[in-house]
Design a protein around this ligand. Structure first.
Ligand SMILES: [Zn+2]
Length: 125
């Protein structure tokens, strides 16, 4: 079992030129441990102008370095939603609408997570 890093990441630090590819922390999504990375570029099929990507085989999420805090959170949650869809085997329900669904849904989910950080604490018995 992996140890999850509970320390917050500071988006300002993501702009520091440390390495072109840095591991931030682990995310457990469904039954899978994903590694979250930040990189100077995000490449998908030879195109490098993406803000984020998720790789299911490698269990890896990569986000672009240098975005502001709001956008960084949105992109991470966007990729998490892709991973949740994969984990829940619901991609067939979405078919070619997955990208549009994820783009809209991840924005409201991100805002929910911002507005309700202690959601599970509040409904404890
Ligand atoms: Zn997407």
């Amino acid at each position: 079992m992996k140890q999850f890093n509970a320390k917050p990441i500071f988006v300002g630090h993501l702009n520091q030129n440390v390495n072109c590819y840095d591991k931030l922390f682990d995310l457990k999504i469904g039954f899978t441990n994903y590694e979250l990375y930040v990189s100077d570029w995000v490449e998908i099929e030879d195109k490098k102008d993406y803000r984020g990507k998720v790789e299911f085989q490698e269990c890896k999420i990569t986000i672009l370095r240098g975005m502001n805090e709001q956008r960084t959170k949105e992109v991470i949650v966007h990729e998490i939603v892709h991973a949740l869809i994969n984990e829940s085997s619901t991609e067939n329900l979405l078919e070619d609408k997955e990208e549009e669904f994820v783009e809209r849904f991840s924005k409201v989910l991100n805002q929910f997570l911002i507005d309700n950080t202690n959601f599970h604490e509040r409904i404890k018995g």
